[in-house]
Every structure is written in structure tokens, then in C-alpha cells.
Design a protein around this ligand. Structure first.
Ligand code: ZN
Length: 211
């Protein structure tokens, strides 16, 4: 979808047999290493929409994400909503996060997932100016609702198909003590299911290049 010359991605090509797994709100000291291990076991890559603040607080983990070939995406610095933040502050949040991502990964930052999926005219104009594409999702794991792992697995198994963009979380954006172990347990099973169905996980960048 293209709105005011700003690209917005909900899903990738439907006939590609590819899917994209995305993780928001990290890096998280406890859960990110577990996610990285599970992805490495399956030799697969994902996209991590991180806040600038969490990257700065967990620099080594962010470096690990990038060095293992995963994509670091922009999720603003302080997890702000485009609907309640003025243009100047919103731009600053996105610019600062782009700087830390580019500094750590050594690659240009082209992708932003707006916190809460909130989009405003100001955000669209910032994205156009900064040549950022917006990435939403087509399949929400709802792992932030406190449901047990089997519930998350079942939800995804029933709905996953070629071109899907899956949304998971690495932790809660402000409450860093909240337990996300159901996400980790679910992810292991979801990865098995994806492989069984012949789907290949790719990063968001690969999806965009294919469009
Ligand atoms: Zn978020």
C-alpha cells in the first residue's frame, strides 16, 4: 500500500512460500538471547523492531542481533504513539533511533514499525522525508495478552500462510519484568510448524525487495 508516497507493508508476496517473523520492543536481557538461540537452531532470520532506548541499554545484544544476520528496525526511541506526539518530537524519536541502529549494525535503517500500529499525517510526512517504509503485520500472535504458549501456538498454526508478517514481542516496552516465556515456548513450536508447512522465514528487507 502506498499512502502519500509512503510505503506501508502489511504482508509479503502471497505466492512466495515465505513469511517474516518480527519481534517488537527489545532487545530484552532475558528473552532476546533465547530467541536468538531458537532462530540459530533453525538457521533462520528475523526482524527486530527495537526502541532506541532498549538498544542503548542492551548494546551488546543489539550487536549480536545484527551480527547474526537479523534485521534491526526502528520502533522509535521511547515507544511513542504517532497519535499523541507532535511532529518535532516524533521526528526526533525516529532520527535518534535510526542513528543508534546505523551505528550498531553499520547498515542504513529503512524500516519503521510505529508503536501500537498508530499512523498519523505527521508520521507519513516524516517517513517520506527520511525514506522510511512502515511495517505493520498480518498475523498478531497476541503474546502480550498474557495467554499461555499453547493458545499462541494454536492461534498462529490456524492462520499462518505464505506472505504472512508475524508479530511477537521480546518483552514489554516499559515493564521489563513481565514474563514473556510463553512467547519463547510458542516460538519453538511455531518454527517447527513453519518448517513442516514448507514456509521459509525471511527478513522484512527481503519481503520489500520482492514487492
Ligand atoms: Zn511496541
Amino acid at each position: 500500500m502506498n499512502i502519500f508516497n509512503c510505503k506501508i507493508l502489511f504482508n509479503g508476496p502471497r505466492n512466495s512460500n515465505k513469511i517474516a517473523i518480527t519481534f517488537d520492543d527489545g532487545p530484552h536481557r532475558k528473552f532476546t538471547p533465547m530467541i536468538l538461540d531458537l532462530l540459530a537452531e533453525k538457521q533462520t532470520h528475523a526482524t527486530f523492531f527495537a526502541t532506541g532506548k532498549s538498544i542503548v541499554n542492551n548494546k551488546e545484544l543489539a550487536e549480536e542481533i545484527a551480527s547474526r544476520g537479523h534485521l534491526l528496525g526502528n520502533h522509535t526511541y521511547n515507544h511513542v504513539s504517532a497519535l499523541s506526539t507532535n511532529r518535532e518530537r516524533l521526528r526526533d524519536e525516529i532520527v535518534r533511533t535510526r542513528e543508534v541502529i546505523e551505528d550498531i549494525s553499520g547498515k542504513p535503517n529503512h524500516y519503521l514499525r510505529p508503536p501500537y500500529g498508530h499512523i498519523s499525517p505527521a508520521l507519513l510526512s516524516i517517513c517520506r522525508e527520511m525514506e522510511l517504509s512502515l511495517v505493520l503485520w498480518s498475523l498478531n500472535s497476541k503474546d502480550h495478552h498474557g495467554k499461555p504458549a499453547p493458545w499462541i501456538v494454536n492461534r498462529i498454526k490456524k492462520r499462518i500462510k505464505s506472505g504472512a508478517v508475524l508479530l511477537f514481542h521480546e518483552g514489554h516496552f516499559s515493564d521489563r519484568t513481565r514474563d514473556y516465556s510463553p512467547t519463547i515456548t510458542a516460538l519453538a513450536e511455531v518454527l517447527e510448524d513453519i518448517m513442516l508447512k514448507g514456509l521459509t522465514p525471511v527478513t522484512i528487507a527481503e519481503f520489500f525487495e520482492a514487492l
